[in-house]
Design a protein around this ligand. Structure first.
Ligand code: NAD
Length: 516
């Protein structure tokens, strides 16, 4: 692998000695007793930055700033036009800084730079443009069911949100949650993954540079067990949005329950990709590779359980395995790289542990199944394909979150729906067929929040996104964001002076009462 060292050395020069949180528009003062966490470049394993961990005191201070800024009305009472103008400028600022943002994200999380620059960073910009459009079209509601009364429904921002984001698409996902939250006038405290903190900090600085008042979006940094736990339990948080693992969500939900704080969770997946015998098989192979190994397999929407029909299984498996062996694994900063390293050492170990586990199951290894020390000290895992007989295998029932795919063979169509739904998760369903009947059954039968038919991974931001079962609670999407990040208020007003039932007057007047 070509050494990425020159990139890293130039990059390090742009960073302060210690990267800190960002509250009220300022770096949180470095605390001499603070824990300092190293941030590693997953491509080589070397340390590229030092991150100051924020403790409970700093987290509470950040929540207080967000609350004070919310009450000030500087953002929460802005007109739609004012908010739109900041959002559009933010989108442009992200585009103008796309190279730097992609580099920061790639150096922290090890995701291929080319993928970040061409897809995830433009998506971050699009998130702001999208919400600028959406709030410009938001309609109010009025009702007139009662004579002489009019009911008007208005929304007001919920207040202060705590937002937790993961490392696997930190900027794209953080930007979606930030845009969803502040579009409706809220403030927030964001806790990005400790493994990918840099691009998000840059995003917040960009937002402030284009007119977002400081203190509307604040960032605290550190491990989930320290900084995250402090934010989840902080008083004065009106909404909690978490994109991450189910175990984290359970802890955060317990903390939220103590204060009855509404939660929105976007969680894990291990989604089925069903390939029927009438599929366009070449497209199905292309699509299966993208959905299994895109983002180096570290993606919640991965089609990591392939179910292929018996009579095309040999042809599909031979071609799929051959293409998997041919994937370009390596330096995430090299534009030819298709699969980068795992994001950090413990995560690489977690993926490798599944290979050891698979040895005690009925799984047959078709390719991969090993680390790649020949690529240096980075956290690489060879793209891996298992043939599996039993869907109860942990390879099928748990989220591995790496470049690992299982293939199961089915005979009758009915088996495909059953195996696909036999999962604790319900995030995505993929299906490849030319049959209208099968396509309709897929739409009706699959227990998942998003279904992709004859395509890998395409999003319309107007549509809801989220999971059935253990894949989440609530949905991303504009209507759902409006519901989650605002409080609705119904105001019923008399038109003119309709009669009012008169109480406390002497009985002889009772006959005049209207009974309303
Ligand atoms: P994670 O749950 O470990 O962490 C997510 C965030 O929560 C991080 O900021 C982390 O520091 C914080 N956190 C961890 N423990 C915490 C605690 N006890 N209290 C409060 N905060 C805590 O997830 P991850 O490993 O960073 O991300 C990968 C996971 O995210 C995968 O399971 C993936 O499927 C999921 N994900 C889901 C979606 C989706 O849209 N459904 C999108 C991307 C990733």
């Amino acid at each position: 692998m070509a050494s990425p060292m020159p990139h890293i050395e130039a990059f390090k020069l742009t960073l302060p000695d210690v990267v800190t949180g960002h509250v009220a528009g300022l770096s949180v003062l470095a605390n001499s007793s603070a824990t300092i966490l190293p941030v590693h470049f997953p491509g080589t394993g070397e340390s590229i930055a030092s991150l100051q961990e924020d403790d409970a005191t700093q987290v509470i201070a950040a929540v207080n700033v967000a609350r004070e800024r919310f009450r000030s009305g500087d953002w929460s009472k802005c007109t739609t036009t004012e908010k739109q103008s900041v959002f559009r400028a933010a989108a442009q600022a992200i585009r103008n800084n796309a190279h730097e943002l992609a580099l920061q994200e790639s150096l922290c999380a090890g995701l291929p730079f080319a993928h970040l620059a061409s897809r995830q960073i433009p998506r971050a910009a699009e998130n702001f443009d999208f919400f600028a459009d959406y709030i410009g079209q938001l309609a109010g509601e009025t009702y007139d069911q009662l004579h002489d009364y009019r009911t008007v429904v208005t929304r007001q921002p919920a207040g202060v949100a705590a937002i937790f984001t993961p490392w696997n698409a930190c900027l794209a996902l953080s930007s979606m949650q930030i845009a969803s939250c502040i579009a409706f006038g809220n403030s927030c405290v964001l806790k990005p993954s400790e493994f990918a903190p840099l691009a998000v900090l840059q995003l917040v600085r960009l937002l402030e540079s284009v007119g977002l008042p400081t203190g509307v979006v604040n960032v605290v940094n550190g491990r989930g067990s320290v900084t995250g736990a402090a934010l989840a339990t902080a008083a004065g948080v009106d909404r909690i949005s978490l994109t991450g693992r189910g175990d984290t969500a359970r802890k955060v939900m317990a903390a939220a329950a103590a204060q009855l704080t509404p939660v929105h969770f976007e969680l894990e997946g291990n989604s089925a990709n069903i390939i029927f015998d009438d599929a366009d098989i070449d497209r199905a192979i292309d699509g299966a590779l993208v959905s299994a190994f895109g983002n180096s397999g570290q993606i919640c929407i991965a089609g990591s359980r392939i179910l292929v029909q018996q009579n095309i299984a040999d042809r599909f498996i031979d071609a799929f395995v051959a293409r998997t062996k041919n994937l370009q694994v390596g330096d995430p900063l090299d534009n030819r790289t298709e699969v980068g390293p795992m994001a950090f050492a413990q995560h690489q170990q977690k993926v490798l542990n599944y290979f050891a586990l698979a040895e005690n199951t009925d799984a047959t290894l078709l390719t991969g199944g090993r680390a790649m020390p020949e690529l240096g000290g980075g956290y690489f895992v060879a793209p891996t394909v298992f043939k599996v007989l039993d869907n109860n295998s942990p390879l099928c029932q748990e989220e591995i979150f790496g470049p690992v795919v299982t293939i199961q063979i089915f005979n009758e169509d009915e088996e495909a729906w059953t195996i696909a739904n036999d999962s604790p998760f319900g995030l995505i369903g993929y299906c490849w067929t030319e049959s209208l009947h099968r396509a309709q059954l897929f739409q009706q039968r699959l227990e998942a929040g998003t279904l992709w038919l004859n395509t890998p991974i395409a999003r319309d931001l107007r549509a809801p996104f989220g999971g059935f079962k253990a894949s989440g609670i609530g949905r991303d999407g504009p209507r759902h964001a409006a519901d989650f990040f605002t409080e609705e208020k119904a105001t019923i007003a008399a038109l003119g002076k309709p009669p009012i039932r008169r109480m406390g007057v002497s009985r002889q007047h009772e006959d005049n009462d209207d009974g309303a």
